[in-house]
Structure formats: structure tokens, C-alpha cells
Design a protein around this ligand. Sequence first.
Ligand SMILES: NC(=O)c1ccc[n+]([C@@H]2O[C@H](COP(=O)([O-])OP(=O)(O)OC[C@H]3O[C@@H](n4cnc5c(N)ncnc54)[C@H](O)[C@@H]3O)[C@@H](O)[C@H]2O)c1
Length: 356
Amino acid sequence: MENETIKIGLIGVGRAGYGMHLPEVLATDGKFDFAAVCDIDPARRDVFEKRLGHPVKFYSDVSALLQDPDVEMVSVATPSNFHTPHAIAALNAGKYVFIEKPIATSYAEALNLAKVAGQYPGKLFLRHNRRFSVEISKFREIIDSGILGEIFEIRFRIMNYDRRADWQAITECGGGLLNNWGPHLIEHALYFLDAPVKRSFSRLCKVAAAGNAEDHFNIILEGTNSRLIDIEVSGGCALSEPMYSFYGSRGACSCNDRRTIHLKYLDPGQPLAPLTAVADTPPLDASFGQSEKLRWIEKEVIAERPAGNGCAIWQCLYDSIRFGKAYPITIEQGLEVVKIIDTAKRGTQFEQTFKR
Ligand SMILES: NC(=O)c1ccc[n+]([C@@H]2O[C@H](COP(=O)([O-])OP(=O)(O)OC[C@H]3O[C@@H](n4cnc5c(N)ncnc54)[C@H](O)[C@@H]3O)[C@@H](O)[C@H]2O)c1
């Protein structure tokens, strides 16, 4: 069993199932393979098989896939409102479960999932895949190295102008940018906050998309360490800002392509002499009475993707299922993410649709 391929039953052959799970699995060197897929659209079988390179069993009904003894693990990649029910059904069928984000569309639903998962220890795995991205480890390395000093503010931005009109624009389908991008960025926020959340602010609105779900949100979290995380995700902003920015007491870094990290920080070899503010009128040369020359270091660091990147999460999944190693994202962390999304939704009555 130890080195045996883990046979997947994929539910949902869409942008995530076909566009991400499939190529990522193909890059796992046989650690994973697909035994079966399930989709309500039968036309998806052919395209899936063509890319996979061998035949798979195809089901149009989830319960039939769950009864298939060749399926050891179920990947849940259906629209978001189906994640919890499909994951619970798969757990009850005795399968390992790899659940797409969001793990649930409400905190109550997430608590129910956690309760069922508690009956099947070590069977449920959360696909918070962005935690496994190289740029995230690089940011962690940079922060922990201390070159930026104490981090006081972090900003995450995903900004587009997108007149979206699919199920992701419809609340009843689990749509909305909070369910879509929220899990990734709130997971990152909790990872980088390095302290419990002290207070939070949120705003949801709709700018450009169709449907009734938010296509713009802001969430600000402040930790008990006074670090602030400012998240803005929008389908209604025609101009963008850097995707990731970290500000510390000795420098900052930002990244907009998940690869090139721009760093500007004070030379660690330059001690900063204590300064005393004086109330005198400053000179006219705009120096504010300061003769100190700050020695800045500016450079770019590349978060290089190793070959087969995208596999890191699958490797961890394999090591957990086959060798019992701890999986980096716990169910408790997943619950915390949904709780923050739920709080943001409940704390905001959004009726505003801006005129176009
Ligand atoms: N982790 C990531 O980076 C990432 C990226 C994209 C999407 N996702 C998540 O994946 C999920 C799916 O998103 P998507 O963009 O692939 O959606 P999609 O609409 O492209 O695909 C969903 C697929 O599920 C099928 N489906 C719908 N109801 C079904 C049912 N009851 N039984 C079986 N199949 C059913 C649809 O026919 C479709 O093929 C979302 O919840 C999204 O949050 C995650």
C-alpha cells in the first residue's frame, strides 16, 4: 500500500477540476491518478480523458461515484454550495476527501463538516492550495529574516474589472468574491498575522458583475500584536495595485506577479541613532533639521517555481494519506477562515449597486 497510487474520484470537471486538479495530478509522477469522474455534463468525459491519456469511469450521479470501490479519494470541485454536502457524503462512504475552497458557504455548515470529519480522523484535507505557493514561503522567509523590521501592515489585492455572469455571481450557488478569493487571502492573512484577530472591518458591494453576490469586498483584520492586514478583492476596479505588499519598521516588499518580489530596506549594518523631536521651526531646506543619510538596499528576489510546482500540495496530501504525516492546513484553520467570511457577510448589509 505504501507506494501505491492514490486513485481519485473527481466530482466536478470544470475550471478547477479539469483546469487545475487534472494537470497537477499528471505532474505527480504516478502518486495520484483518476479512477473516475463525475459531472452533470456528460460531454466533459471526452475532453477529460483526452488530456488524461487513458479512459476513466464516468458518472453523472455523485452517489454512484461514491460506491465505486476503485475510488480511494474524492476530490470535490463542484460549485461552492455543493462542497460540504459532497464532502460529507464522501466521508460517510469511507473515502479520503480533498475539498476545494471554500470548504463551506456558512460557518454553521463548516461546523457540521468538522463534526462529521471528527468521526473520520485523518480523512478530510482542505485544498487551500495557495499556502503551498513558492511566493508565500518567500514572504515568510523575508519576514522571519527581520530585514524589514517589525511588520505593521500587510495588503493583499486582487483587482480586475470583470462583468461576471456565471454561477459565481449568484449567492444561492455559493458565488461572490468572498467565497471565491476570500478563502485564499484570509488563510494567508491568518498565516501572516502571527497573532489572534483583535478586531475587524468589512465591506461588500457590487460594481460590475451580474447576479446578487458581491463582486467587491474589503476586509481589514487587526491582530493583538497591532499588525494590520488589509484585503481588497474586486471585479469592479479598472486599475490595480500590487497583489502583495508587506510594510515593516525598516523596509517593505511587494509583488505583483507571484514571482518577482521588490524589496527596499534599511542596510542592517546601519544602526539608527536615537532621535529626539524638537519643537523649533525647521530650516528652509526641507530637511526638517535632519542630516542623517539612510542607507537603503533595493533589490529583486525571484520566487522560482520548481519543476512540477502545483505538486507541493499533492505531495503533502500523499505523505499524509500514505505515511500519516501532518497535513499543513488543519480543519480548525479552515473553520477560522469560514468564520471570518461569515462574519464579514453578516456584518454588512449590501444593497448598493453603483450606476454604470
Ligand atoms: N483552489 C483554487 O485555486 C480554485 C480555483 C478555481 C476554482 N476553485 C473552486 O472550485 C470550485 C469549482 O469552481 P470552477 O470554477 O471549477 O466551477 P465550474 O463551474 O467551472 O465547474 C464546476 C463543475 O461542476 C459540475 N457540477 C455542477 N453541479 C454538479 C453536481 N451536482 N454533480 C456533479 N458535477 C456538478 C459542472 O457541470 C462543472 O463542470 C469552486 O468552488 C471554486 O471555489 C478553486
